[in-house]
Write a protein of this length. Sequence first.
Length: 326
Amino acid sequence: MGLTLGGRRGVAPAERCGATGGVTRRHDLRAVSSLRAGSATSRVAAAGSTLTPMTTTLITGTSSGMGLHAAIALARRGHRVIATLRRPDAAHELRSAAASAGVELDLRALDVTDEEACSSVVAAVQEQYGGIDVLVNNAGLGMVGTAEQLSMEAVEEQIAVNYLAPVRLTKLVLPGMREAGHGRILSVTSVGGAVGQPFADAYCGAKFALEGFMQSLAPVAERCGVHVSVMEPAAVASSFVENAVRPEVEDGPYAELLGAYYRRTEGAFAAAQSAESAGEAIAAAACDPSPVFRYQSSEGATAFVSASLADTDGERVLGFTRGWLD
Ligand code: NAP
């Protein structure tokens, strides 16, 4: 199959990038059936379904929210889903959602900030299933605070979870995808990856960084048959707000502005998209037969992002974010 890119038609991506094989994967089904329930690598099994050669998808942060729903939605679409969680003991909701949906998931423990764990999970999945076709970088952590309220440790934590971790996983899966001549990497960023928002300095900084990395990678990876995309949700009803790190000191010179920000945020989350709907959007993007770089999970998110992308002097965005502090 040829590629049409920048007028260089007719060269197979696999040939361009030193691929050693085509799209065919080795799927070791015997290894699948040897998994033991209750181990760190356990399977959620639902009656009546069997694993067959299929797209192997690794997704991070599936204990709750859109990651949980995306894992289920991808399994429903026929993917073999490796659903990873930082805390294996927090898999209850995911297990019961999988059972209700009648799908199987391969659950694995993974703290995305743990470099060694990322390497070994990727290697084990590649070994067991013959490769990873799709990576969904979903795990993420919110953080509230304006510059002066943020310790450098807090900023570094944001970078570690929301930027370095997806970059690390991307680097780990790329060689296999390049060699196979195909793959899909979808990173859940945020509208906050395109629109800087008050009291989200560290969070938006990390998400902007991730979008920059992925947009830069996209045209190069595409030459190897690997599509790189981002998903930018707006407010989604999940554990995100509850889990977000808050400033240690909320009074002081920014107390009034922070109060206004909290009130505005409450309003935005009162009309939030459901995590199920955002999870479906992630699954649809990961399966899009004509992938693009930038996806949003709702019309509201598209309107928000487009306002920023067309805002060459930045005043349009500041025109509405200033108002969030009144
Ligand atoms: P969520 O319910 O809080 O889910 C976040 C997931 O990330 C959880 O499973 C969490 O695991 C996991 N996680 C956090 N740190 C991790 C780590 N070090 N290693 C592995 N997993 C880790 O929130 P969500 O809304 O579904 O968030 C999913 C993604 O969407 C995030 O990237 C977030 O930034 C992005 N997003 C959210 C919104 C929103 O309004 N909700 C909007 C735009 C973008 P634990 O259960 O162990 O904490």
